[in-house]
Design a protein around this ligand. Structure first.
Ligand SMILES: Cc1ncc(COP(=O)(O)O)c(C=O)c1O
Length: 403
């Protein structure tokens, strides 16, 4: 193993506000979704060479970069994308907000997409889901429509399934479906047949799909991923896919992602909003993305996945063995687990409880909507040692309740 994920650098840099310095020094951060591992060397070398050259001027996405993105989609999934379909964005959150502004917002005097008669503006989400999905309604003043999952519990393990009747009923009120695939925070990697069924229902109801696939390369165990738009040309025409190297290669602070929009009409409208809002991607983000997607970092990624898979297994076993009454997902992707404490009588929310009693900062379940209250999201993208330390602290706090 040439990469040592057991060693993580100290991120408590004075004057810097990040996940390690946000809370007081005695708190262990297991919240916001970045990992504690340094980015792979080829990316760091590219950034070092840009800094060494000294001029950090404006840059645009080169053809080489767009072709690199296209080649990666082909290599990973045999998904044929044209370079002109790839639109650089300043991160995935801006990517889906642009889509909402372009296609769902009353702020934008554009015809409804797909030539619909009536003008629906709502967007559908599947909660509990990534907190920024819930902000879209405020950012562009459109209603949010929810189709929560069905929860299954077996012993300490949680599993989620699409409630198809609800999905079909709710989608009719939307103009857009904001899909999180793989799903944050539940770690679901949707089966091909489920993706197909969601896409078909959306097409039947003239609902545009925005598929946030930022976590698509963080696959655990032998999980395989299918980009939704790859399923058929008709689905591709109705989909905006958002991808980025940020989560996979741990460069989220560089804010660079890509919207893949095969349909020209949708793409032109999308680019118009990007240009109106002057969303320029930073040059270091573009440079990092080119190297990240080139394949030079794939050896690192393979080992990262194996380390994260072991972390997931360690976490699930730890919770199952030591924390009776606590329920946990077994994520198939991401470095995020979902823990349900509703069976315990905790003082306040589990987020507050563990911050106060265990000095562990988690993400509060309620920010993900649905019935996220009573739950937390735990980030296991760290060394096994830090993960164990966090779990030991949480376990001790829980045991102090019964002794
Ligand atoms: C599903 C999902 N989309 C988007 C983002 C953030 O994207 P960006 O930082 O590129 O805006 C995250 C970060 O956690 C995420 O989980």
């Amino acid at each position: 193993m040439p990469y040592n994920f057991d060693r993580t650098p100290n991120r408590r840099t004075p004057g810097v506000l990040n996940k390690w310095t946000y809370y007081p020094e005695d708190v262990l951060p297991m919240w916001v979704a970045d990992m504690d591992f340094p980015a792979p060397k080829p990316i760091l070398d590219e950034l070092r060479s840009a800094v060494h050259q000294g001029v950090l001027g404006y840059e645009l996405a080169s053809n080489t970069l767009l072709e690199t993105v296209v080649a990666r989609m082909d290599r990973l999934y045999r998904w044929k994308v044209k370079p002109e379909s790839v639109v650089p964005v300043t991160g995935i959150v801006s990517g889906f907000n642009v889509a909402a502004r372009a296609f769902g917002s009353p702020l934008t005097p554009a015809p409804s997409p797909r030539g619909r008669g009536e003008r629906r503006t709502g967007y559908l989400v599947q909660p509990p889901v990534y907190n920024e999905f819930h902000e879209v309604k405020n950012n562009v003043s459109i209603p949010q429509i929810e189709a929560p999952f069905i929860e299954h519990v077996r012993g300490s393990l949680l599993r989620y399934e699409i409630d198809w009747d609800l999905f079909k009923k709710r989608v009719r009120h939307a103009s857009m479906f904001l899909l999180c695939s793989p799903h944050n925070p539940l770690g679901i990697v949707f089966a091909r047949r489920d993706l197909l069924r969601m896409a078909e229902i959306c097409i039947e109801n003239k609902v545009l799909i925005i598929s946030d696939e930022i976590h698509s390369e963080l696959l655990l165990g032998d999980t395989k991923f299918t980009p939704l738009a790859k399923l058929s040309p008709e689905i591709a025409k109705n989909t905006i896919t958002l991808i980025a190297p940020s989560k996979t290669f741990n460069v989220p602070g560089l804010f660079c992602g890509f919207a893949i929009i095969p349909d020209k009409e949708l793409r032109d409208r999308y680019i118009q909003v990007v240009q109106h809002l002057r969303l320029h991607v930073a040059s270091l983000g573009l440079r990092a993305a080119r190297v990240a997607f080139s394949g030079q970092c794939d050896g690192w990624l393979q080992e990262l996945r194996s380390y994260l898979t072991d972390n997931r297994d360690f976490l699930v076993e730890y919770v199952t063995k030591n924390m009776p009454g606590v329920r946990i997902t077994v994520p198939k992707a991401t470095y995020l687990a979902w823990l349900d404490f509703t069976q315990l009588n905790l003082e306040g929310s589990p987020y507050e409880f563990f911050l106060k009693k265990a000095k562990v900062a988690l993400s509060d379940g309620k920010i993900f909507g649905g019935n996220g209250e009573g739950c937390v999201r735990l980030n296991f993208g760290t060394s096994r040692k830090v993960l164990k330390q966090g779990l030991d602290r949480m376990n001790k706090a829980l045991h102090s309740l019964v002794t």
